[in-house]
Design a protein around this ligand. Structure first.
Ligand code: HEM
Ligand code: HEM
Length: 193
């Protein structure tokens, strides 16, 4: 497997970071939605701490990913209409923006609420802002709103990938997966006897 991106496919590093972040977003988002409705208990506190540690991990991976993307570039767009390339690029950059904005709004909420912040009980992280009730309210709302924006955009993005694979029958999805995992199906020519 090539680590660097090539003109015709994403390399191993971009693929690994893409799918790892997808899995982490699913876990962290689900935890976020579940933990708020729980009764106060030690488990609830543990889940909040886990949510924050996973969220900070996403922030670190998003940084790594962006740096790698700037260094290693991207494959050439799969041939298709120009508007599709433009829309795909816009979606990708919006997704990148959200991968930063969501953890940072969560961190701001946590700081404004005056809660401590640790990464997997290994080390403490500083507060981003001073304790502030209004900011806490605002950052909490922004955190939730941005999460739902990501959920909507990621669904459209995944639907587009599936559309390319099953209807357009091109390599868009196959080239974001290890070689050989998906074979794109070229249309069978119509043969008349
Ligand atoms: C990409 C990463 C993250 C995702 C997808 C995410 C998602 C969510 C979701 C869906 C909720 C529930 C919102 C609601 O229904 O009110 C939530 C709540 C929360 N998140 Fe995150 N979060 C992330 C990162 C973080 C980080 C890094 C922190 C802190 C450093 C954090 C702190 C919190 C806190 C404290 C709450 C509870 C808010 C409240 O009590 O109103 N989150 N998050
Ligand atoms: C939380 C969910 C997701 C996020 C945040 C996300 C984010 C991204 C980003 C930022 C890129 C651009 C890559 C780059 O420029 O480095 C990308 C590409 C891609 N994603 Fe996702 N993605 C998500 C879920 C999915 C899912 C579920 C699928 C498949 C069903 C998928 C399929 C793809 C494909 C095929 C590409 C490459 C597109 C191309 O070559 O033009 N993604 N994704």
């Amino acid at each position: 497997m090539t680590l660097r991106n090539r003109p015709d496919r994403w390399g191993g590093v971009s693929q690994l970071l893409h799918w790892l972040v997808v899995a982490l977003i699913l876990t962290t988002g689900t935890l976020g939605l579940v933990m708020g409705d729980m009764r106060n208990s030690p488990t609830k506190i543990e889940l909040y701490a886990l949510h924050k540690s996973l969220g900070l991990t996403i922030l670190a991976l998003a940084t790594l990913r962006l740096l790698w993307r700037l260094y290693a570039g991207a494959p050439r767009p799969v041939p298709g209409p120009r508007w599709q390339d433009r829309l795909a690029s816009l979606t990708h950059w919006l997704l990148y923006g959200l991968l930063f904005a969501i953890p940072l709004s969560g961190w701001t909420f946590n700081s404004a609420a005056g809660y401590p912040l640790q990464w997997f009980k290994l080390f403490n992280l500083p507060a981003l802002v001073k304790r502030d009730a209004d900011l806490r309210q605002l950052a909490g709302n922004v955190h939730e709103l941005l999460f739902w924006t990501l959920a909507g955009l990621a669904m459209l993005h995944a639907a587009a990938a599936l559309y390319h694979h099953f209807l357009q029958r091109d390599d868009t999805l196959a080239r974001m997966l290890p070689r050989g995992w998906l074979r794109h199906r070229t249309p069978t020519p119509f043969i008349q006897d």
